[in-house]
Design a protein around this ligand. Sequence first.
Ligand SMILES: Cc1cc2nc3c(=O)[nH]c(=O)nc-3n(C[C@H](O)[C@H](O)[C@H](O)COP(=O)(O)O)c2cc1C
Length: 202
Amino acid sequence: MKKFRVVFLSAVCLSLAFADVVLPPPVKSDGPGLWTLLERRASGTRNAFPAGAVSDAELASILWAATGRNRGGQGWTVPVGMGRPPHVKVYAVKNNGAYLYDWQKHALVEVNNKNVKAEVTADDFVRNSSVILVFVADTAANQRAEMDNILAGAMSQNVYLAADALGIKTRYLMTLNAAGIRQGLKLNKTDTPLCIMPLGKK
Ligand SMILES: Cc1cc2nc3c(=O)[nH]c(=O)nc-3n(C[C@H](O)[C@H](O)[C@H](O)COP(=O)(O)O)c2cc1C
């Protein structure tokens, strides 16, 4: 039994390194209704994008909305073909490092402990935002680019609605620095950056 406990604890520690962050549970109630959010949905403007800090609790809810587990762990908040795992990954680039959102553990897995915002984009308003979400197609998991873009579209609209519900602005951008993202997020050759969404508190 003791041996089992040691093996189990070692496995848990190995699966989630110390710099990784287990996120607080997402908000699943309260806030403005869906129809209110749809009526007022809007992108943050390029010349007045808010730079207020987004907390990990707020980020947790936005990431869950983007690609989290729902239906008691049976599905996702976005339609994923044939119930397979999502083939578009979401990274959160923060001042203290860059993280992959792990939808299984609802955790941020550190991929870089440096601030790589400047490598993601040349747009100052994005660099100055609190968190930059980066959507990356996993072409090893799915070879049909149109499916990646459909999934990223569903994810990004969920981000718009969840962010607005929390008083946070965002903006969908296809303009990005693919080479910088590849380096900063230590992507595989089969990973393709699709789009980015800065987040800033109003
Ligand atoms: C496919 C697509 C790519 C976009 N790429 C950029 C971009 O690279 N930079 C940017 O500032 N806005 C970009 N936008 C525009 C904004 O995300 C935003 O959707 C647009 O200004 C409309 O504003 P609204 O969301 O308030 O209606 C893009 C929009 C779409 C649909």
